[in-house]
Design a protein around this ligand. Sequence first.
Ligand SMILES: O=C[C@H](O)COP(=O)(O)O
Length: 258
Amino acid sequence: MRKPLIAGNWKMNLNHLEAIALVQKMAFALNDKDFDKVEVAVLPPFTDLRSVQTLIDGDKLRILYGAQDLSAHDAGAYTGEVSGAMLAKLGCTFVLAGHSERRQYHREDDDLVNAKVQAALRHSLTPILCVGEGLEVRQAGGQIAHTLGQLEGALRKVSADQAKSIVVAYEPVWAIGTGEVATPEDAQEVCGALRVRLAELYDAEVASSVRILYGGSVKSGNIAGIMAQADVDGALVGGASIDAAELVRICRFSEMPG
Ligand SMILES: O=C[C@H](O)COP(=O)(O)O
């Protein structure tokens, strides 16, 4: 049974003081019943992680946390980079790999994303591997081939045992931050194809273990329909995740109208 995961990608928003305030608000609003039904994670900027760790550890909160990126390298002369070892030492559970904004603005290709997935796994971090097509690919009907290609590229040399622990996030680029949400059927079409390909690349056990999230303009008003899909196990939430009340409503998707 895959436990749903709602992960908030704060992107380049909130300093460490604002980060503390947001996590405190979330912790105040969420209760044990919520955490029994859903895993909740925040993915703040690097500069907030130590403050978030201190708060979560100190108050024994059930909120998980992670980073938005990591280096493919473990240590050395890589100015500006942050290693998986450093993130693990900060108690991170998750790290994003291959977010479309990294692919677009930092020219990250499948080889680099693959190296980052492997770096995360070397340090016992759970990669949230982001895949998804742009508007032109979608208009040409190539979303499945494109997304499966990204999945295969990112999972090269990743064993079945390692693959079992990863999270995949399907984020159609045309739906990110645009207010254009994919329909639940669009999300299911690609998430279902991702799961089938995981079974082909590995086996049925891997395919049924991996959580597949949807991301792209997720809000409390559209989460229920998306979560009702058989192969959607949660959401990677951007803009709405820095509003504590809205994020909490999203976490309570089972109570929202479909
Ligand atoms: O990582 C999150 C995605 O990029 C979605 O962002 P959004 O919810 O602001 O569209």
